[in-house]
Design a protein around this ligand. Structure first.
Ligand code: ADP
Ligand code: MG
Length: 331
């Protein structure tokens, strides 16, 4: 045996206590910490304004934190930004595709920006076009591409220089469901086959659920929960109940009507006409809830009961559902 090798499985990304305030008052990040294991897909899940893009900008050296530290691929983002930049691929929320150029031209230019020769860039570009099922449109100007094709080209551009960590900021926002599913398949392969680490941000629960090995739920510049989808859901007991009321009723009145069920209900939340709660035993608690509402003269239109979803996890940790936060009526 010769040299010893370091056996620790390195984290591809480590963020510690990142804070960032814009313009002296917008607290975009209030202490964000998380680790991403190499070769995994990690999702930052949260609504608009949660601080996802700010986190990505700091990790990709495009912004400086006010405090906190971070390493990416083993390099400190503040002290070794050039090492970080060489190790990462970035696909921003806005497309970087030049719509006047062909798919191959976009890739070749990107490769040359990273110091590849023309021949090398063409070879790598052709390989990626093949990989993303875009070979048949390689020589077409990209404004003729569908949204999904443009997005895949964006991802391919991020991979030209063979990074070890790929950042995808809201990769499927604005795509139709079919294009979204197609991109999910591609991203899943990237981590699985190529050993790449992927850090993605999303406000789609389903995207985080399907794609990510681990999820950090971000709300108002903080990570409020972190784990696998199953761990996060498993942390919540019982069944999630959602009751649609026939008219908007003040939260206090709804709560008062349910007062005698107190011990059985968790995370009770009224938003507009939607009443959310978790119950230890749905089959037992639900009839009692409906009777209590009826007794208080509160009409019910529909009832849904299910195992807790990531949205229930989100509600549990933040006091509002992600769907409501997205609609901006959470507070
Ligand atoms: P997300 O990507 O989760 O939607 P962002 O990180 O873009 O969230 O934004 C977090 C908060 O910081 C928001 O309130 C946003 O308005 C604010 N913000 C982001 N970038 C800037 C900027 N360059 N100047 C001022 N405020 C900003
Ligand atoms: Mg964003």
């Amino acid at each position: 045996m010769g040299e010893t090798t370091i056996a620790t499985r390195a984290h591809a990304v480590e963020a510690r206590g990142l804070t960032k305030t814009y313009g002296g008052k917008t607290k975009a990040l209030q202490g964000v910490s998380f680790d991403v294991e190499a070769g995994r897909v990690f999702a930052l899940l949260g609504p608009n304004g949660a601080g996802k893009s700010t986190t990505v900008k700091i990790l990709t050296t495009l912004a400086r934190p006010d405090s906190g530290t971070a390493t990416v691929a083993g390099h400190d983002v503040l002290r070794e930004p050039n090492h970080v930049r060489r190790a990462i691929g970035c696909v921003g929320q806005k497309s970087a595709v030049d719509l006047e150029a062909t798919g191959l031209e976009n890739l070749v230019l990107q490769g040359q920006l990273f110091g590849m020769s023309g021949a090398e860039a063409r070879r790598r570009g052709a390989e990626l076009l093949e990989r993303f099922n875009l070979a048949h449109v390689a020589k077409r100007v990209t404004h003729t591409y569908s949204g999904g094709m443009q997005r895949k080209l964006d991802v391919a551009m991020g991979l030209m220089h063979r990074p070890s960590v790929l950042f995808l900021d809201e990769p499927t926002t604005g795509l139709d469901p079919e294009a979204r599913a197609d991109l999910w398949r591609e991203v899943a392969h990237l981590a699985g086959d190529d050993g790449l680490t992927v850090l993605l941000t999303t406000h789609y629960l389903e995207e985080a659920d399907r794609l990510a090995d681990r999820i950090a739920i971000v709300d108002h510049g903080r990570v409020v929960a972190e784990g696998t989808s199953d761990e996060l859901k498993g942390g919540l007991r019982g069944d999630a109940v959602q009751i649609e009321l026939d008219i908007e009723v003040p939260e206090a009145r709804v709560r008062a009507s349910l007062a005698r069920l107190d011990g059985q209900l968790h995370d009770v939340k009224v938003n507009g006409r939607a009443l959310h709660a978790r119950v230890d035993n749905g089959a037992k608690a639900l009839p009692a809830m409906l009777a209590a509402l009826d007794g208080a003269g509160i009409g019910v239109v529909s009832v849904k009961m299910a195992r807790p979803t990531l949205d229930d996890v989100y509600l549990h940790h933040t006091g509002h559902t992600l769907t409501e936060a997205e609609q901006g009526n959470a507070r």
